[in-house]
Design a protein around this ligand. Structure first.
Ligand code: ADP
Ligand code: MG
Length: 355
């Protein structure tokens, strides 16, 4: 069909206008993709979810799915309340062999691997020590530290996650002093599952943030996600970081759970070699592609401290570390130094060899 020249002109004009509108809308979109923000409570902390570029219905669907998942995980991995992990701990204490619950098995296996790589500084088998210190309680009150003899009695039995033996689904433990407590890795493992779930749902740009421990995928409307690292001394912002693509940022700090008794400060990260809160470190931040490793490594490096963090980081395959000691001095590897923007003057910065 041949168009009348005038009509053709009119049509091409309309097409051009359409193109402009399309471009405008599109460029508007790329500058301002919808961002949806949700909050829920899990793992004893506020979990924040932000998703970019999906409509409200899909975002809400994602939020509801994560809410169910987190409730399930919290119940499954609670070391102190009835539930799958509680049953495992009962069986270990009684010396019984059991069929490991499928909901606990993968977390147990990955924990054993990471514990071995950390030289058992990260060791979820020391639940009895955590319990003795009272750090498992929901509302932690100042109290006298446990008597030295009680700590020594547990240490004499060398409880460790390495005492748990798996043969297919059969779980046996030859040390009844072992009590599994996944407090140092469960949040990381949970966030990894949450991110996997979001990816399954076709979401490509999102952040799951549990009290400053997080994993982010994609970008925030073309810009990296900006992450603040808390100052262990006073609680302001110590440093800023940019994260994009797919990366987790986890911090273990002595400010998270602690109490002071007769002028002495006690915090919740226990050195399995001494049975006492690890000394020398105020906080450790780890960046890693998966949150499970980042979480376990942050705890392990906290205990390793300024002298040994580098060796343990290498063993655990971690490539970005920032450690702040109890004097306020900073230790990091060169790659981490390139990425952090310190927000306050620091007395001394120690840069290690590359990791
Ligand atoms: P947060 O929970 O503040 O992010 P962590 O990831 O370091 O901090 O986890 C600390 C928790 O892990 C403690 O509350 C305790 O339940 C448990 N825990 C303490 N010391 C160890 C350890 N050496 N190995 C494994 N788990 C530990
Ligand atoms: Mg941890």
């Amino acid at each position: 069909m041949k168009l009348h020249p005038l009509r053709a002109h009119w049509l091409s004009g309309l097409l051009f206008l359409g193109l402009i509108v399309f471009l405008l809308l599109n460029s508007g979109c790329s500058r301002q993709l919808p961002s949806q923000y949700f909050r829920l409570l899990s793992f004893g902390t506020l979990v924040e979810l932000e998703v970019i570029g999906v409509d409200e219905r899909r975002a809400r669907e994602a939020y509801e799915t994560l809410q169910q998942d987190f409730t399930f995980m919290h119940h499954t991995w609670h070391a102190w309340k009835p539930g799958p992990l509680g049953r495992v701990n009962e069986a270990i204490a009684e010396g019984r062999t059991i069929a490991a619950p499928p909901s606990v098995l993968p977390l147990l296996k990955v924990s054993q691997k990471l514990a071995a790589k950390s030289d058992y500084l990260f060791d979820p088998g020391i639940g009895k020590l955590i319990e003795l210190w009272g750090f498992h309680k929901d509302n932690l009150q100042p109290h006298a530290p446990p008597p030295a003899e009680k700590i020594a009695a547990i240490l004499a039995q060398h409880p460790s996650i390495r005492d748990v033996h798996l043969d297919g689904f059969h779980l046996a433990c030859d040390n009844p002093t072992v009590k599994l407590d996944f407090g140092a890795i469960g949040k990381g493992y949970g966030i990894d599952r949450a991110i996997e779930r979001l990816k399954e749902m076709g979401i490509t740009d999102a952040i799951v943030n549990a009290g400053g421990d997080l994993r982010a995928i994609g970008s925030r409307d073309g810009n990296p996600w900006r992450i603040a690292i808390r100052d262990p001394d006073g609680g302001g912002i110590f440093a800023l970081l940019s994260v994009s693509g797919d990366e987790a940022v986890f911090t273990s700090g002595n400010y998270e759970r602690n109490f002071t008794w007769e002028g002495k400060f006690y915090h919740h990260i226990i050195d399995p070699r001494t049975g006492y809160p690890a000394e020398g470190t105020a906080s450790v931040t780890v960046l890693h592609p998966d949150a499970t490793t980042a979480d376990a490594a942050a705890t392990a490096l906290f205990i390793a401290g300024p002298k040994n963090w580098y060796r343990i980081a290498r063993q655990m395959g971690v490539k970005f570390v920032l450690l702040i000691d109890t004097q306020g001095e900073v230790y990091m590897n060169p790659a981490m130094q390139k990425r952090v923007e310190l927000q306050k003057p620091v007395a001394e910065i120690h840069i290690s060899k590359p990791l």
